[in-house]
Design a protein around this ligand. Structure first.
Ligand SMILES: CC(C)(COP(=O)(O)OP(=O)(O)OC[C@H]1O[C@@H](n2cnc3c(N)ncnc32)[C@H](O)[C@@H]1OP(=O)(O)O)[C@@H](O)C(=O)NCCC(=O)NCCS
Length: 166
């Protein structure tokens, strides 16, 4: 399996927009968002992914689109961090095969600094995933803050946060 993490180019915004719809649908089981009258989640901030301080990547497996990663500097809790994992998505077909692990480690190798990763506590797989990846990558040197009272999801759940340095 050939896994690649490649930067999204400006002329690939539409591709990212399509994948974001799938991601939003997946997330709707936790944040309870509805689609609009046209059947779209309308991920509103797409244009900002091509701006400074935003790092969008596709994950490709054997040349095929298998997911994406969006990183920015919009910190929810610790403003002295360097990177926030905004969105991280591996499509169903490619899950539980090490694709997410490879992509996350590749990105941590590329972007060095202090990280903030926010998770929905009901998205239990994401908690397992980040716990495992971050624990291995940092040799256990990370903080996990559960049910952080400062940040609440749309439907009322307090967010979990991982903090660590790469
Ligand atoms: C979370 C997600 C990115 C994991 O991607 P993935 O490619 O399937 O993960 P990997 O195969 O690299 O798994 C790495 C580790 O994560 C954990 N993990 C991943 N999927 C898991 C599952 N279904 N059940 C339990 N643990 C799981 C395991 O510890 C695994 O290590 P192991 O294979 O040695 O047991 C993927 O499920 C996804 O995109 N989910 C929807 C979007 C999402 O929730 N993103 C995270 C937002 S914070």
């Amino acid at each position: 399996m050939d896994i690649q993490v490649v930067k999204v180019n400006n002329d690939e915004k539409e591709i990212l927009q399509n994948l974001l719809e799938l991601y939003c649908y997946e997330w709707s089981q936790y944040n309870k968002l509805d689609v609009n009258q046209f059947g779209s989640y309308e991920f509103a901030v797409l244009d900002c992914w091509t701006e400074k301080n935003h790092y969008p990547f596709f994950i490709k497996v054997d040349g095929k689109l298998a997911g994406f990663v969006l990183i920015d500097k919009d910190f929810a809790v610790r403003k002295d961090c360097d990177f926030a994992m905004s969105e991280f998505f591996v499509m169903h077909k490619y899950r539980t095969a090490g694709v997410g692990k490879y992509a996350a480690e590749t990105i941590f190798d590329m972007l060095h600094g202090k990280w903030e990763i926010m998770c929905h506590p009901k998205n239990i797989i994401s908690i397992y995933f980040w716990n495992k990846i971050i624990d291995e990558y940092t040799n256990g040197k990370f903080e996990l803050i559960k049910s952080c009272q400062e940040v609440v999801y749309q439907e009322g759940t307090f967010a979990d946060f991982f903090f660590f340095e790469t």
